[in-house]
Design a protein around this ligand. Structure first.
Ligand code: F6P
Length: 557
């Protein structure tokens, strides 16, 4: 493995620094002077239509960003990933979520072995299982068909499935519902199970490691809920055999640790595996998506995977100057490192994408929130961006004020869908058109602003003119697609995966480990006895932690 190139030492970095210092962003003039600007900066990737023209870039800046990509070896890093090299250095693993969506006849080697046949073998098992649940052939212990599948998982074993399920609700089979338990807050477990019928509920315990406290706790709670419910109603006798049979009919698992699945009491025949070269936050397209397959069916899931693959191909094969994930990743570096932008808004104009920003938070922030490079040396510039967002137009009435007129630069991605999932008319008005007009108007206002003269021309009193001026030159990416199909959703996810990869490659970091999450997990285990009342454990805590625990214990009834 080559050492990371220090991006700040490259000629392109020096050039970008100079360009930024001399830049007088003026999107109004740039558009006025160049009628072709929108065309020059609009790109396509599979079904995605991506307009990057409202960014603070000139041709010279774009070229310098492309030079930066070349000088840090982005193309080589891409090949290392697709080629199965162990680019997750700190865990000594290949990074091959792209193999999960490779066609059956592709060859992707990990340590000399083609993994594609195994990927498709598991996929076929998941599909067969899902078909059985969907058709009613798979029944609960009392012979009733399954009405609700409950995915139990957290982080990458939850966010992808729940986001995609919500996004693809129109593709869900009638009469089948999916729910998702993630939080160890018992309220989550209660809320998702209290109104369900144990006889028609199937749990899918999803955990890469099968060692995550939240997931195992929730799985045990679910098992107790199931067995107590079935016993209380007389559906099972409650003896050991009947309990075993009930667990076999109502629990399946998805994990890389199939031995631990068996220890939990789930029949390995009802378990679906995946591999250590799939990171949790990159796993929605593995068996971790089983709840989604059950809900939308194998055909739609295959379409979802095809969408990912189309963007993989685009990322791998398109020259950088037309390569959408690479260009957006480089723009993110431009704003983060040269303008000091700290956050990045993702604003889907599609209600069904309401969990997409939350999904992207794990994808981007767990991947690129790193302070050392993949060789262990400190990073040489700021890394990561705080991703956040809400669907439009709700966000417009909440936080857009700060994006328009605040003191911070917040690059924003607007995501719009041409064909509505549910076209509705308000009298003569097609409401989707009003909705999208908001998307277009917002990006226009952010780019071009409103001058003091324009405000005055509206008859505004002089004293309040400054408050009504919009500076403009606030950068946005506009990403559009024909319809929110499974394929388009796969394309959007893969787009952000590769944007994240591009940024990580520039910064020279390992975007595929997550050691930062480990300390909190370990400390929670250490603190638990103190919370439970162990005086010795309490005495070992710092004074603030002791005070919080004492307060908790004094209030708890
Ligand atoms: O949040 C840390 C993390 O390790 C994620 O990367 C992962 O998606 C999540 O925990 C859940 O882990 P597991 O699938 O092993 O239960």
């Amino acid at each position: 493995m080559t050492s990371p190139v220090d991006p700040t030492g490259t000629p392109a970095w020096a050039k970008l620094t100079e360009l930024q210092q001399n830049l007088e962003p003026d999107l109004r003039s740039w558009f006025a002077e160049d009628p072709e600007r929108a065309k020059s900066y609009t790109f396509t990737a599979a079904d995605l239509f991506v307009d990057l023209s409202k960014n603070l870039i000139t041709e010279e800046i774009k070229q310098a960003l492309l030079d930066l990509a070349e000088q840090v070896g982005l193309t080589q890093r891409v090949e290392q990933m697709f080629g199965g090299q162990h680019i997750n250095v700190t865990e000594d693993r290949a990074v091959l979520h792209t193999a999960l969506r490779a066609p059956q006849d592709a060859t992707v080697e990990v340590d000399g072995e083609n993994v594609v046949p195994e990927v498709h073998e598991v996929l076929q098992r998941v599909y067969a299982f899902a078909e059985k649940v969907r058709s009613g052939e798979w029944t609960g212990v009392t012979g009733k068909p399954i009405a609700t599948v409950v995915n139990i998982g957290i982080g990458g074993s939850d966010l992808g499935p729940v986001m995609a399920y919500e996004a693809l609700l129109p593709y869900k089979q009638d009469g089948l519902e999916a729910r998702f338990i993630s939080n160890i807050d018992p309220t989550d477990n209660y809320l998702k199970t209290h109104d369900l019928d144990p006889e028609t509920t199937l749990f899918i315990v999803s955990s890469k490691t099968f060692g995550t406290l939240e997931t195992l706790t929730n799985a045990r709670l679910a098992r107790t809920w199931l067995l107590d419910g079935l016993t209380a109603s007389g559906a099972i006798s409650g003896d050991d055999d009947s309990r075993k049979e009930a667990v076999a009919k109502h629990f399946v698992a998805v994990s890389t640790a199939l031995d631990k699945v068996a220890d939990f009491g789930i029949d390995p025949a009802n378990a679906f595996g995946f591999w250590d070269w799939v990171g949790g936050r990159y796993s929605v397209d593995s068996a971790i998506g089983t709840s989604l397959v059950v809900a939308i069916g194998p055909e739609n899931f295959a379409d979802f995977l095809a969408g990912f693959h189309a963007i993989d191909e685009h990322f791998r094969r398109t020259p950088l100057e037309q390569n959408v994930p690479a260009l957006i990743g480089l723009l993110n570096v431009w704003y983060s490192n040269f303008f000091g932008a700290e956050t990045h808004a993702v604003l889907p104009y599609a209600q069904y994408l309401h969990r997409f920003p939350a999904y992207l938070q794990q994808l981007t922030m767990e991947s690129n929130g790193k302070g050392v490079r993949y060789d262990g040396t400190p990073v040489t510039t700021s890394t990561g961006e705080v991703f956040w967002g809400e669907p439009g137009t709700n966000g417009q009435h909440a936080f857009y004020q700060l994006i328009h007129q605040g003191t911070r630069l917040i690059p924003a991605d607007f995501i719009g869908i041409a064909n509505p999932s549910h076209p509705l008319q308000d009298g003569d008005t097609d409401v989707h058109e009003v909705f999208l007009a908001n998307f277009f108007a917002q990006t226009r206002a952010l780019a071009f602003g409103k001058t003091a003269d324009e405000v005055r021309a509206e008859g505004t009193a002089e004293a309040i003119v400054p408050a009504r001026v919009f500076t403009g030159n606030r950068p946005t990416n506009s990403i559009m697609a024909p319809a929110l199909t499974p394929s388009v959703l796969g394309q959007l996810i893969a787009l952000y995966e590769h944007i994240t990869f591009t940024e990580g490659a520039v910064w020279g970091i390992d975007s595929f480990d997550q050691w930062g999450v480990e300390l909190g997990k370990k400390l929670a285990l250490e603190v638990t006895p103190a919370v439970e009342g162990d005086a010795e454990a309490l005495a070992q805590q710092d004074s603030s932690t002791q005070s919080l625990i004492n307060y908790y214990r004094s209030q708890r009834q």
